[in-house]
Design a protein around this ligand. Structure first.
Ligand code: FES
Length: 128
């Protein structure tokens, strides 16, 4: 039996996040792979999910840690922000580093509702 992950990462890949139509300069597949690999190194687990309802902040991920409010991190549109995220995840996703604070998305909608409606699309470590 495998151990329960320390945290879970939902990588949004909906109508805006993960699309070359909206973000043509981002290598979305590589970004998903990097995030998933970093999460695994940090003891977490990543999943690609459908639109999470915050398209204005695409590309977006949600990091869920036991006993803490979910952290929504958006505007992951360059190597630097993706690297900051990956470093945090690989370190176990404990205290959010200051480098990511400007990427935090404050949620207007109840987070629990979004968690229940997140639609699993695929395992991010596989190419699509
Ligand atoms: S496509 Fe990611 S929040 Fe809508």
């Amino acid at each position: 039996m495998s151990a329960r992950p320390r945290f879970r990462v939902h990588i949004c890949d909906g109508c805006c996040c993960g699309t070359i139509r909206k973000h043509p300069d981002v290598d979305h597949a590589e970004q998903r792979r990097s995030i998933a690999a970093a999460a695994e190194r940090g003891g977490g687990q990543a999943r690609v999910v459908g639109c999470l309802g915050e398209c204005h902040a695409s590309n977006l991920v949600v990091v869920r840690r036991r006993g803490r409010r979910a952290t929504w991190i958006g505007s992951l549109l360059d190597d630097t922000s993706t690297e900051h995220l990956c470093e945090w995840l690989a370190d176990g996703a404990d205290e959010l580093p200051s480098a990511l604070r400007s990427n935090v998305v404050e949620r207007a909608v109840a987070d629990e509702r979004a968690r229940r409606t997140a639609v699993l699309i695929s395992n991010p470590s596989r190419s699509r």
